[in-house]
Design a protein around this ligand. Sequence first.
Ligand SMILES: NC(=O)c1ccc[n+]([C@@H]2O[C@H](COP(=O)([O-])OP(=O)(O)OC[C@H]3O[C@@H](n4cnc5c(N)ncnc54)[C@H](O)[C@@H]3O)[C@@H](O)[C@H]2O)c1
Length: 483
Amino acid sequence: MLDAVCPDRPAHLLAHDWGSVQTWHAVTDERLRGRVASFTSVSGPCLDHVGHWFRTGLRSPSQWGAVLKQALHSTYVGFFQLPVVPELTIRSGLLARILRSSDPEEPAPSTSDAVHGLNLYRANMTRRLSRPAERYADVPVQVLAPARDAYVTPPMHTRVERWAPDLRVRHISGGHWVPRAAPERIARAAAELVDHVEGGRQARSLKRARVAPRPVGRFGGRLALVTGAASGIGRATALAFADEGADVVLADVAPLGPVAEEVRARGAEVFTHTVDVSDAEAMAAFAARVAAESGVPDIVVNNAGIGMAGSIVDTTLADWERVVDVNLWGVIHGSRLFARQLVELGEGGHIVNVSSMSAYLPNTVLPAYSTTKAAVLHLTECLRAELAGAGVGVSAVCPGVVRTAIAATTTFSGADATAQEAKRRESDRMFARRNFPPERVAADILRAVERDRPVVRPSVEAKVVGAAARFTPSLLRAAARRI
Ligand SMILES: NC(=O)c1ccc[n+]([C@@H]2O[C@H](COP(=O)([O-])OP(=O)(O)OC[C@H]3O[C@@H](n4cnc5c(N)ncnc54)[C@H](O)[C@@H]3O)[C@@H](O)[C@H]2O)c1
């Protein structure tokens, strides 16, 4: 067939289900050496690799859970080995009804196809699984693993780097029939591999999917975007991601040259964008530019923020608007724009919104600031619920007092220029005395992404305030009158 459709050059193969099982055998067969340029496999593992996977898994207690889960998902394979009964189940329409009830995307199989298909299971399964051969693919391989696959669980067909050293694994949203439900997702992934193998630029998703022969950090190949990255927590977070192998998109209104240099010095690729997070149009253009230039980011940290102090009545309307625009609208823009990109890509991802301990703490010192941070916390909780089904994680980070430039740039509404300077110096000294470094917040942000934590409170005071808000809110209310 290869000679008929692609006689003059190696062909790129894309296959699903049993088509993919058979294609694995083709690409690991000596006779086709040099005839295949790449292979994208969807929900159809090599049966010999499966045999090895089960054997290794049974020997390793840490993998028993995964093996048992797959065995439960494969019970139908045992049923298909029975004589006559499976044929009757298919011809009576019972099988189609059972399949549809477990997955609405399940196509109704043609009766004759299904009956003939039984032979595939009977002829191959027992032999391949009980005496698996060593089969190696020497072409670029990409495995697309749908998260909700009812038949092929991801560990069984993604842990194949031993057999396919030039491997990419992409976890995509959808079930076993995702090629029918969202064909564009499969087509895009396959086209990206083809383009790259043919000498084109490596798409971000492809780079992220590469299973590296040696570890490249906890976030190797991923792209982390950080707003407010020129200073403080944003800068520390960008550097922490770069230290763990990620490439980084930096955004700020302030100059980004020095941080970009520090990121580059860690061997990471860096993209810089001057953007005001409170500007809806600028943020939309920024998100589109990021997707086009560097690919959809895997991790988005909406960190940019400003300080605002002064009582509710003394805070001028302009100051109220400014703090809401930057601290709340900035996070809304970042969340909406990048959540849409991540959901459309369908390959997971994570959004982190930087709130504050003050979200929990009624007070008379920073009421406008605290109001925006409480709104950010709630927005983040809602977004987490909304994106759970798409496999996109969302976390809120609520730091306490962190030694950054924020105190020195905070607006003290209602204070004249001299008083403003004095208050800034005084708060800056207090932040320096507390001496909690932004790097510790950054470390918690990375952990929140890895462990998909809903809320993290990096410092002791943040933990205490979070606990008090939960268990003794009246104490916080009483204290608020004194703060
Ligand atoms: N430092 C703390 O004690 C503390 C505590 C809790 C929460 N936070 C939050 O952490 C985040 C980072 O603050 P930080 O302490 O690192 O302060 P920082 O002043 O050191 O850094 C904030 C960065 O955000 C940028 N920025 C400000 N407005 C922007 C805008 N409109 N568009 C784009 N970038 C903008 C600034 O230029 C700066 O680089 C903020 O959201 C802040 O509210 C800080």
